[in-house]
Design a protein around this ligand. Sequence first.
Ligand SMILES: NC(=O)c1ccc[n+]([C@@H]2O[C@H](COP(=O)([O-])OP(=O)(O)OC[C@H]3O[C@@H](n4cnc5c(N)ncnc54)[C@H](OP(=O)(O)O)[C@@H]3O)[C@@H](O)[C@H]2O)c1
Length: 161
Amino acid sequence: MILSAVVVVDANNGIGKENKLLVHFPADLKRFKKITSGHTVIMGRKTYESMGKALPNRRNIVISRQPGYALTDSETTHSLEAGIGLAEGEEEVFIIGGAEIFRQALPVLNKVYLTHIDKTFDADTFFPELDKNQWHEEDREDHQPDEKTPFSYSFLTYKKG
Ligand SMILES: NC(=O)c1ccc[n+]([C@@H]2O[C@H](COP(=O)([O-])OP(=O)(O)OC[C@H]3O[C@@H](n4cnc5c(N)ncnc54)[C@H](OP(=O)(O)O)[C@@H]3O)[C@@H](O)[C@H]2O)c1
């Protein structure tokens, strides 16, 4: 199994504020959908609540420490390891946040699909720094601002090793 994270970070590695995303922009939503559709996504309880429902066309696994935590539209487990275990045998599985889950998954991740926004937002949650001795950039697409997106951004793929 390839274990991958998909994340959008601002210029300071910020990813969220008050349990919301910092920004939504169409090119990134499209990329997220293309990468994760048809696959399993694993997320923390707060990220699920921030979205309010399961992502369509994907197997959704939500992690919570609360005993008895259950959802009608997603599978739930009580540890990250158990969540990854549920997806055993799948080719690529996606960790989609938030900060707490990214931090715990980092040592076992193989790949990170990262959207880097060239702007700083007011954030209260952050993606961990990728150690450049362990991670290399496999792919990069730089984009200039346009009428839908008032900042420049890059789509990056990092691989461990
Ligand atoms: N920019 C991005 O790409 C991106 C992506 C996703 C999310 N976000 C943002 O990130 C923020 C949310 O991140 P967050 O760090 O606050 O929360 P989170 O990681 O989404 O969820 C944290 C919760 O997950 C559960 N959990 C964490 N580790 C666990 C473990 N080992 N075993 C069992 N349960 C565990 C706990 O739920 P219980 O409290 O129920 O026990 C914990 O409170 C929001 O602002 C969201 O918008 C950004």
